[in-house]
Design a protein around this ligand. Structure first.
Ligand SMILES: Nc1ncnc2c1ncn2[C@@H]1O[C@H](COP(=O)(O)OP(=O)(O)OP(=O)(O)O)[C@@H](O)[C@H]1O
Length: 544
């Protein structure tokens, strides 16, 4: 039986100053430690480096301290609804000085500047040149590090009105086929990706991208496909597969297939739909092919881009069969997928082994899925007091924008009712609600009209609300991967964020296990008299 040994608590005002470090947990390595491009991949072109990607590399020579200091930046964002004019960003993951170093089209660079995107994040600086060189990739970087733009920008640099100057003879904007298919596991994430595309395309060209998400009117989507002839479609696996099977989505000549949250897309639920998508996107119809040679050639038409903060080995296996010599792209690192072993650097929790060397690698990799600035706590209470503890937690941390995760939809309503009864503006968001209700609630939360969003696992992936400063687990996540994605709803793009897991005493051992797998300290705490009290850091938990 697991036992929680009594601990002393330390009154906390301002930043956390642990009296002692947790002995068993390796603290997060400094963010810029793994500054290197590992040996390469492409047998034709020699070792992969920024140089042979046609770009200068200053990564190897970068001074860690200097970089960290220079990363304290203010990122000004324009035109965000209900968002402050400027957001202070500490230790933001920016490596290149500007997007213009990455080989993007001049028109796109103009649009980026107009939208207030001036400096690429590390993962963007690494991924964009690799994608522009037509490599199949798996992009892995922690939540909120800007993976969406990392694939969206090279696509917009080649597709649509912002693309690089077409070769003479080709008329700009004339192409009438689907050139990019982006697949995401939820409607909310799909819609969010569409908005990112639209933001850069501008109002005049936003019809170039069409959403094909489930829950929305299918015939309207089909009509829009026919009428607007979009070059890019973004959708959920079910709806894309459905419309494709009905013969209304022509993707055989498609150049890009993006699988966002690829590890989630591998789940059993999506299996059949993903199979259809993988078979039909970027493949020419059999009428176009003559003989085996062409059959082989047709797959080369498609560039496959797989993305997630968490890349278990199942994704590496999938990437090997779906892509052609795919590369694993992480912030400042590019590796051939063939070099990744089951115990290698991206294996979060799969194939867990007790050997110390492999578990070290797993810890290293798990750390890479979590934003570095996050603080993690847990507190113990009885089941019936969890919502009250949540309320106290929100007050003690003075959090303005909170996402609270619960595992059962039925409990959400009750939690919202309790919070509202105590004067806290809360709302529920889950899969049983209609599409309109879901998007209205999400909008209100993003605008700051709702302080606490009580939600299910469906909001754990991809949801981008930059103001979210607190994530609370009212129900435990099923594993380290789920913890990482939930936690990643806060502390986005280098901002401060706190994750609090509220659990019952018999569940504490699960928190300890998550702590070991993730390689970050999750400190015991209490919320008393409007203050956060942090447990004195000594080994306080034993397994018997
Ligand atoms: N270079 C940049 N400069 C300023 N803001 C940026 C930049 N790149 C991305 N962002 C913003 O950062 C936020 C997080 O980006 P994004 O949602 O792509 O993260 P992510 O890595 O995909 O996260 P997750 O793994 O949770 O899906 C978004 O609001 C995005 O608009």
């Amino acid at each position: 039986m697991p036992t929680l040994v009594t601990t002393r608590f330390l009154l906390f005002v301002g930043d956390v100053l642990p009296l002692r470090k947790l002995p068993q947990v390796s603290r997060r390595a400094p963010f810029y430690t793994s500054v290197r491009f590992l040996s390469r991949i492409d047998r034709d072109n020699g070792p992969l480096s920024l140089a042979n990607l046609g770009l200068k590399s200053d990564f190897e020579t970068t001074n860690k301290t200097e970089v960290s200091r220079s990363k304290v930046k203010e990122v000004k964002r324009v035109k965000e609804v209900g968002v402050k004019d400027s957001l202070a960003i500490e230790a933001a993951p920016f490596a290149a000085n500007s997007f213009s170093e990455l080989g993007l089209s001049p028109l796109l660079l103009e649009r980026l500047e107009k939208e207030g995107f001036t400096v690429p994040t590390d993962v963007q600086s690494t991924a964009i040149p690799v994608i522009l060189k037509n490599h199949d990739v798996v992009i892995q970087s922690y939540t909120g590090s800007g993976k969406t733009l990392a694939y969206l920008l090279p696509i917009l640099s080649e597709v649509g009105p912002l693309k690089k100057k077409p070769p003479t003879g080709e008329q700009p904007g004339k192409k009438m086929e689907i050139e990019a298919v982006v697949v995401a596991p939820s409607r909310e994430l799909g819609m969010q990706i569409v908005r990112e595309f639209e933001k850069l395309l501008g109002p005049g060209d936003k019809k170039l991208v069409q959403q094909l998400v489930g829950g929305a009117n299918r015939s309207r989507q089909e009509e829009a496909l026919k009428k607007n002839k979009p070059a890019i479609v973004v959708g959920t696996p079910g709806r894309i597969a459905e419309i494709s099977a009905a013969g209304k989505l022509h993707t055989h000549g498609c150049r890009y297939l993006v699988l966002d949250e690829v590890d989630e897309l591998l789940s059993f639920n999506f299996r059949e739909d993903m199979h259809r998508i993988l078979e039909h996107v970027g493949r020419k119809s059999s009428a176009d092919t003559r003989g085996t040679k062409n059959l082989l050639a047709k797959r080369a038409e498609r560039q496959t881009i797989m993305v997630s903060a968490t890349v278990p080995f199942s994704v590496i296996r999938a990437a090997r069969s779906w892509g052609q010599n795919p590369l694993l792209v992480q912030a400042k690192k590019v590796n051939p997928i063939e070099s990744v072993s089951p115990c290698g650097p991206v294996n979060l929790s799969e194939n867990a082994s007790n050997s110390s060397s492999s578990s070290n690698l797993q810890i290293q990799s798990a750390v890479e899925s979590l934003p570095p600035a996050l603080k993690h706590y847990y507190c113990v209470t009885r089941l019936q007091h969890k919502v009250d503890m949540l309320r106290r937690c929100v007050h003690a941390l003075d959090s303005k924008s909170v996402i609270a995760f619960m595992n059962h939809t039925k409990q959400l309503k009750d939690a919202v009712y309790k919070l509202e009864a105590r004067g806290m503006i809360a709302a529920e968001l889950h899969g049983d609600l209609g599409k309109l209700a879901r998007s209205t609630i999400l909008k209100k939360f993003k605008n700051g009209e709702v302080r606490v969003l009580v939600t299910s696992e469906m909001s754990a992936r991809g949801l981008d609300v930059s103001e979210c400063d607190l994530v609370v687990n009212l129900g435990l996540p099923t594993d380290a991967i789920h913890y990482a994605h939930r936690a990643g709803r806060t502390g986005r793009l280098g901002r401060k964020g706190t994750v609090v897991t509220i659990c019952e005493e018999p569940e504490v051992f699960v928190v300890k296990k998550l702590q070991r797998q993730l390689g970050v300290p999750i400190q015991a705490c209490e919320f008393t008299e409007g203050k956060l009290l942090i447990a004195e850091e000594k080994e306080k938990y034993q397994m018997k």
